[in-house]
Design a protein around this ligand. Structure first.
Ligand SMILES: NC(=O)c1ccc[n+]([C@@H]2O[C@H](COP(=O)([O-])OP(=O)(O)OC[C@H]3O[C@@H](n4cnc5c(N)ncnc54)[C@H](O)[C@@H]3O)[C@@H](O)[C@H]2O)c1
Ligand SMILES: O=P(O)(O)OC[C@H](O)CO
Length: 375
């Protein structure tokens, strides 16, 4: 792997402010306060909503203390999930045993969630984002001056075009959109175990606001001016995690897995630099969103776990997802399919041999022991 020059270790464009803390950009609401809404209540949605609600309650007067979280209504033991969450302050379906703050309110209707919100967090599994956008994009629903952030890990492919979800949200809702990604397994974050994350921002106001929403002593935020790099690193590492799981499932050891991580990181960075002008190599080598997320996902993530099972049993991924994830969603298989379709359209599959192998093994019946041959 090439080593980046020391200049890459310089401070990123937007860093944690030194004291005194700068004033937050003003809210467009009459109250003068920002209002946070979280769209998504899976394991990561609930963990991020917990942090945002704790910060709104304890750390920042500039925020309304109530934070709303969109919960797709579901019956749990004969009761509505929203009512269970609001009564017990536990998301028994997707993040059990983790107490949620009382100022976090589960809300079943999207329009009620985003009403008056000035800071909107998108964190659904990526296959459901379009339905959400359709529902809130009608005129008069979003607050003028609102901003968004996406913590979704995936990409959108249309023929020879590829977009990040940040650019898609920004284009379809006409609001500035940041991207959050890092070495963040939801349950560990929700338990308050120390970790870092990276937020790619389009400007300084976004950096200040999103850092205030999420930064805490246990969840350290670094902001960088590379929305595409942060988005792509989060999406592409899931393909590499599938490869890592296959290695585990074949009973290969640490050397092979380390090789997969190294090659995977090269392909992730190469892909981003080739197709996303202005993205930065340092996001991959220096930030939690790059190398650190790759490591945690390839050892502790759901994509790794399901790919291990795939290599051991040969069952299709959709069967394994249902069997092992209890309603949570795999993102790596979708991303693998989308990235392969894009590379085929651009006639560039040969530039990304690991991505291509993962796709062929997952979807075209290539034997799993072909994974490392010829890499
Ligand atoms: N879980 C993690 O550790 C983690 C960490 C970082 C990033 N992410 C990313 O965050 C995103 C959300 O992941 P998650 O772990 O919160 O979700 P999840 O995998 O726990 O999935 C459950 C969520 O999907 C929703 N859902 C299921 N069917 C739906 C439908 N038909 N329409 C709309 N919503 C539906 C559920 O309501 C629930 O909110 C993903 O892109 C993921 O890659 C996850
Ligand atoms: O469990 P995974 O494989 O979806 O990965 C979770 C997170 O993306 C790790 O940062």
């Amino acid at each position: 792997m090439s080593i980046d020059p020391p200049s890459n270790l310089t401070t990123p464009a937007f860093t944690r402010p030194s004291s005194p803390a700068p004033q937050l950009p003003p809210s467009p609401l009459k109250s003068g306060k920002h209002k946070i809404a979280v769209i998504g209540s899976g394991s990561w949605g609930s963990a991020l909503a917990k942090i945002a609600a704790e910060n709104a309650w304890k750390r920042h007067d500039e925020f309304h203390s109530e934070v709303r979280m969109w919960v797709r209504e579901k019956q749990v033991n004969g009761k509505k999930l929203t009512e269970v969450i609001n009564r017990t302050h536990l998301n028994s379906r997707y993040l059990p045993d983790i107490p949620l703050p009382r100022n976090l309110v589960a809300t079943p209707h999207l329009k009620d969630v985003v009403k008056d919100a000035t800071l909107i967090v998108f964190v659904t599994p990526h296959q459901f984002l379009h339905t959400v956008i359709r529902e809130i994009s009608a005129p008069g629903i979003l607050t003028p001056g609102a901003r968004a952030i996406t913590a979704i890990k995936g990409v959108e492919v249309n023929g020879t075009d590829i977009s990040t979800f940040a650019s898609l949200i920004e284009a379809q809702l006409s609001i500035p959109t940041s991207a959050l990604s890092g070495a963040n397994i939801a349950l560990e974050v929700a338990k308050g175990q120390f970790c870092e994350t990276t937020i790619g921002v389009p400007g300084r106001a976004d950096a200040l606001l999103w850092e205030a929403v999420f930064d805490s002593p246990d969840f350290r935020v670094a902001t960088v001016d590379d929305v595409a790099g942060v988005s792509l690193s989060g999406a592409l590492k899931n393909i590499v995690a599938l490869a890592a799981g296959m290695v585990d499932g074949m009973g290969m050891g640490g050397n092979t897995k380390a090789a997969i991580l190294r090659i995977g990181l090269q392909e992730m960075r190469g892909f981003c630099l080739e197709f996303f002008a202005g993205s930065k190599a340092e996001t991959f080598s220096n930030e939690s969103a790059g190398i650190a997320d790759l490591i945690t996902t390839c050892y502790g993530g759901r994509n790794r776990k399901c790919a291990e099972e795939f290599a051991k049993t040969g069952q299709p991924f959709d069967v394994i997802e249902k069997k092992l994830l209890n309603g949570q969603k795999l993102q790596g298989t979708l991303t693998s399919e989308e990235v392969n379709r894009f590379l085929l359209a651009r006639r560039r599959t040969k530039g990304y041999p690991l991505f291509e192998k993962v796709y062929k093994i997952a979807f075209e019946g290539m034997p799993v022991n072909e994974l490392v041959k010829g890499l």
